[in-house]
Design a protein around this ligand. Structure first.
Ligand code: ADE
Length: 245
């Protein structure tokens, strides 16, 4: 996976890409990060990248020229159709685990991060393949969104996580929230680990975890259960849990 990020604040990325799993993924050559200050592409004599909006009104708008030129430069070597050009903005499609899985199939993800300003509409219409929002709130810029996407996509790539099963069983990948975890000690200040987990009975443990995942999802994110196909067992558990809510 090749990541290219167009931003006016490249240093925002050094801490996130230079630590922990994202750093290790790069060291293992599973990903490459290319963070570019798109101001360097500006043809304006003062290196400006934004301008006043036609029609008046407040706020500045990112001009198309530096961003078009930067993208043309970043894509000139290959014609991959496995490339996505992602614009971060609050009006975009809401980002989910499903979208992360889709992006993880690409070979190249290019992010366009605005900061404070709006984007000239021609950037949206003629350059980008995806407009993405990371949630229903407004950030000062797209950089944090790009980092969220890079993080959530990278951990899905083969070889990135040591324990390959963890990306498969974690919350959302299964469509359910994760079941509760416990480690030593068995008794911490009188708070005990559920008996079943100490039993060594794998089938019972698996069933308990499955039930707890359903219960937790019902309590915290009932919306996740709505479109889900439930097995007969799951339906029975759900009815029982609902009775106890
Ligand atoms: N830029 C500003 N707000 C944003 C959001 N919620 N998601 C992605 N990019 C943004």
């Amino acid at each position: 996976m090749r990541y290219d990020v167009l931003t006016l604040f490249p240093e925002m990325f050094t801490g996130v890409l230079g630590n922990s799993i994202l750093k290790k993924a790069e060291e293992k050559n599973l990903v490459s990060y290319n963070v570019v200050d798109f101001r360097q592409y500006s043809e304006d004599k003062h290196n400006r990248v934004d301008d006043y909006p036609y029609g008046g009104g407040g706020g500045m708008v990112l001009t198309p020229q530096p961003i078009f030129d930067a993208i043309e430069d970043l894509t000139k070597e290959s014609t991959s159709n496995q490339r996505r050009i992602i614009l971060l903005c609050p009006q975009g499609e809401r980002y989910t685990q499903k979208k992360a899985e889709e992006f993880a199939q690409a070979e190249q993800l290019i992010f366009i991060c605005g900061h404070y300003e709006g984007y000239d509409e021609r950037i949206r219409q003629h350059l980008v393949t995806d407009e993405v929002s990371i949630g229903d709130y407004v950030l000062t810029g797209g950089e944090l969104g790009a980092m969220v996407i890079i993080d959530s996509v990278t951990r899905l790539l083969t070889g990135v996580l040591g324990n390959e099963t963890s990306a498969v069983t974690d919350s959302f990948s299964t469509g359910l929230l994760e079941y509760p975890h416990y480690t030593r000690p068995v008794d911490f200040r009188g708070l005990k680990v559920p008996e079943v987990l100490l039993s060594g009975h794998h089938k019972n443990i698996e069933e308990w975890r499955h039930q707890e995942a359903i219960k937790r999802t019902l309590e915290r994110r009932p919306d996740l259960l709505e479109g889900r196909k439930l097995s007969k067992r799951e339906k029975e558990w759900l009815e029982a849990f609902k009775g106890n809510l």
